[in-house]
Write a protein that binds this ligand. Structure first.
Ligand code: FE2
Length: 335
């Protein structure tokens, strides 16, 4: 019964989790929160992760009731993500693997989300909608790869929400996107905003720059409230991803949609996707918010699958990479 420790830190969250044969034994996480209006830069984010990661790992081991001797591998995020935070996590993973004489498993972050979603969502062969601060992709499994059917041509959906939240001066705690969701619930007026879907791809940069340009005037004149603006942003952006998700379901002939990534926690997005799925006789897989946001357990789960088929990473090949597309990974653990 292999137990795998997974380490994640590709953006502002850093985590350590342990998975053993489909059971999540522990999942510790910390978030680097910056003051309202500011984002997180690679350097300070990496230093934050360096400060907290060792405590997270010992916490994850004690939550699981395991010692280093009980582990069978150390999985870590190789990319994609921000350079400095990725490098911090990789250094710790390499050091522990040598100290404890365990194999290393370098995991693609997006594949981590998908494998965790497959474990929890009990989906056999879903279309995956991955929406987060750094990624927006629609994927399906075919011929040993998670194929990218569609993606954003510029900004990620979560990045668009977060940047607009910062524009409005909303708190970064727990995330600007969550505070947008709270305001959007009180919105009454739907403004017409740029809606850009090209086949199965989406684009959010025009939507964001349009909003940035019109917001001061609309707020000053009282034509729209911050609540209306957040509501309109969500309705427009979520309709775009729902449209491409529906097209992907039709193209893949799939009956299940798996929603993963930080934006998956948004209840309005879940509602829109559930409506779309039920209208076409498909199903939105259940969402567990603890494991949607970046976490160590998802890296452990993907690492567990990779270890099972011997897809381990040599020390000499364990460098991190900021650009690492989901379809670069050969998925040998699935039929
Ligand atoms: Fe992520």
């Amino acid at each position: 019964m292999p137990a795998v420790l997974g380490l994640e830190g590709s953006a502002n969250k850093v985590g350590a989790g342990i998975v053993r044969d489909g059971r999540i034994l522990s999942n510790r996480r910390e978030t680097f929160v910056t003051p309202p209006g500011s984002g997180f830069a690679p350097g300070p984010t990496g230093r934050h992760h360096r400060r907290v990661l060792l405590d997270l790992i010992s916490g994850a081991l004690s939550d699981a009731g395991l010692g280093p001797r009980d582990l069978d591998a150390i999985a870590f995020t190789r990319g994609p993500g921000m350079g400095a935070p990725l490098a911090v996590v990789a250094v710790v993973a390499r050091a522990l693997a040598q100290l404890w004489e365990l194999p290393l498993v370098g995991v693609n972050h997006c594949v981590g989300h998908i494998e965790m979603g497959r474990l929890l969502g009990e989906a056999r062969d879903p279309v995956v909608l991955y929406v987060s601060g750094g990624n927006t992709q629609v994927l399906c499994f075919s011929r040993c790869r998670y194929r990218i059917l569609g993606e954003t041509l510029d900004l990620a959906l979560g990045n668009c929400l977060d940047r607009y939240g910062r524009e409005l001066g909303l708190s970064n705690d727990p995330s600007p996107g969550y505070n947008i969701e709270l305001l959007a619930r009180k919105g009454r007026r739907l403004l017409e905003l740029p809606y850009v879907v090209k086949g199965l791809d989406v684009s959010f940069s025009g939507l964001l720059s349009h909003l940035q340009a019109v917001t001061p005037k609309l707020l000053e004149s009282g034509e729209a409230t911050a609540e209306d603006l957040c509501f309109s942003l969500q309705e427009t952006a979520f309709a775009m991803v729902a449209e491409v998700a529906e097209r992907a379901l039709a193209l893949a002939g799939a009956q299940e949609l798996l929603l993963v990534g930080g934006v998956a926690c948004n209840q309005r997005l879940q509602e829109m996707l559930r409506t779309m799925c039920s209208a076409r006789g498909a199903r939105l897989c259940p969402i567990d918010e603890r494991y949607c946001v970046d976490n160590g357990a998802m890296i452990a789960q993907a690492g567990w699958e990779m270890l099972r088929v011997g897809q381990v990473t040599a020390l000499s090949d364990s460098g991190v990479t900021q650009r690492y597309r989901t379809d670069e990974v050969e998925v040998t653990w699935r039929d």
